[in-house]
Design a protein around this ligand. Structure first.
Ligand code: BES
Ligand code: MN
Ligand code: MN
Length: 459
């Protein structure tokens, strides 16, 4: 077993405030990948990451894409030692609605031991733990016990399209024994988790057009198909009252949950009441026959992410709009194929499209769900490192979010991903007042430093 040298742990302890300052500096860069107005800022975040590696004396490249740059960095070669690839993302979600933030999204502010800022947990804070752990090793020991390849991208929040091409074309360069990712959550405060499954995604924009211009709803209503009515009807048809998605073939490839997995979900201490309190609802719903945890983590789902059409201003306007549209997405589970889902969806919408309406369906991005094996020495090494860093062993969970690139690591590099999350479910990712607990940040760094020792001794 590989233990962290005590001097490395000491360095981590002694540099807490410096590590926090570095995180705050990173968080001040508004690297919103989806917003072209932030293209320069996003590039600045890439440079910031590259500079962190430069300071460690790593060999670092900034790979340009037609989107945002990829930062690739290698620790000094250790002959005969294993290689871990560390993946993370420096891009963040848009901060809106801005009015809901207690402190501005790009002015990191500490309250109650948490740092509040967009990207605090997703993924700047979590990702940085794996850099700061390497810094501790380099500063104290002058070397790392294994080879690290860092692959830090700026397009995770928009589908990771360019990174996928890069990995496909650099398979030999990126050869590694395992992939380390901290972009998930703990199961609960004080209960770290190793995530062994993530859902995939299939994301669409649907645009419906009817009459050539907006019409008076008194003169024309009832005789001319209203695109907003058509949209509401189509979107509603996609799911029934039992939470079953109605697209023919949608469930064909779904790998059913095994009895053992269902028992695993049951065994986790989960309070429905606390969950309802967390999200501020009085009841939950979803696919019949499954528990809340199963619905969130291991079954497909359908959500409208945005919807528009017609009059949105003050008061009433009797209008029959010419256009209406929506963005919506399905979360997928193994072995659903996003491309097959796109074909099935297109057929379903065409079939149910009312007369007098034309549609345009835009496939925005897709990624398959993943399940990674738990019976590996890498998972055992991670569990020991977590016990060292958090003082308690992890539980094993699946999570409902998506990290699109994970399947590329499996398919192109034949490497399994270790999903070691330091975040919390109430960190407000993608929402106002995103936060990251600073103690979790430091525990993450301590765990990561230990992970390098643990992985180094796996033959
Ligand atoms: N870090 C999340 C993924 C995540 C969320 C994992 C919750 C586990 C639990 C990631 O940054 C993310 O938000 N991914 C997007 C992917 C999409 C934009 C392709 C997601 O899940 O919506
Ligand atoms: Mn993330
Ligand atoms: Mn995210």
């Amino acid at each position: 077993m590989g233990k962290t040298p005590p001097e490395v742990d000491r360095y981590i302890k002694d540099h807490r405030s410096e590590f926090e300052e570095d995180l705050f500096e990173f968080l001040r860069i508004p690297s919103v990948s989806a917003d072209s107005q932030h293209k320069e800022d996003t590039a600045r975040a890439a440079d910031w990451v590259a500079q962190q590696f430069d300071q460690l004396g790593f060999q670092t490249e900034r790979i340009e894409t037609s989107g945002h740059p990829i930062i690739l960095s290698r620790s000094p070669m250790v002959e005969g030692a294993p290689t871990a690839l560390v993946y993370g993302h420096y891009d963040v979600q848009p901060p809106d609605p801005l009015a809901e933030w207690i402190s501005p999204p790009f002015e990191p502010t500490v309250r109650d031991g948490n740092v509040y800022a967009r990207g605090a947990t997703d993924d700047k804070g979590q990702m940085l733990t794996h850099l700061k752990s390497a810094q501790a090793w380099i500063k104290v020991k002058n070397s790392l016990p294994l080879n690290l390849i860092y692959l830090i991208e700026g397009e995770e929040e928009v589908g990771s399209e360019h990174l996928e091409h890069f990995i496909e074309s650099s398979q030999e360069d990126l050869a590694c024994d395992c992939v380390v990712i901290s972009d998930t959550s703990q199961f609960a405060p004080g209960q770290p988790a190793i995530t062994y499954g993530l859902r995939g995604i299939a994301y669409y924009e649907l645009r419906l057009s009817g009459p050539s211009q907006d019409l008076h709803s008194g003169t024309f209503g009832g005789a001319v198909t209203n695109p907003a009515n058509a949209l509401a009807m189509l979107l509603a048809k996609l799911v029934d009252s039992n939470g079953k998605i109605q697209i023919p073939g949608f469930y064909d490839a779904v790998v059913p949950l095994t009895t053992r997995e269902r028992e695993g979900f049951q065994a986790l201490s989960f309070s429905e009441q606390r969950f309802q309190d967390l999200v501020g609802v009085k009841a939950t719903s979803g696919e019949s026959g499954f528990s809340t945890l199963e619905r969130r983590c291991a079954r497909p789902s359908y959500d409208i992410n945005g919807i528009w059409g017609g009059y949105q201003g003050e008061g009433a306007k009797t209008v029959l709009p010419a256009k209406a549209g929506a963005k919506f997405s399905f979360r997928l589970v193994p072995d659903q194929d996003p491309q097959a889902i796109s074909r099935q969806l297109e057929g379903f919408l065409q079939e149910h499209l009312p007369a007098g309406i034309t549609m345009e369906l835009i496939d925005l991005h897709g990624a398959p769900g993943v399940v990674v094996p738990l019976d590996s020495p890498y998972v055992e090494a991670s569990a020991r490192a977590i016990e060292h860093g958090f003082g308690t062993p992890p539980v094993y969970v699946r999570e409902g979010g998506s990290i699109p690139i994970v399947s590329a690591f499996t398919n192109f590099l034949r490497a399994d991903s270790l999903l070691l999350g330091w975040g919390q479910n109430d960190d407000n990712t993608h929402s106002p007042n995103e936060k990251f607990n600073l103690s979790d940040y430091h525990r993450g760094i301590r765990t990561s430093a230990c992970l390098w020792s643990e992985l180094a001794v796996i033959a």
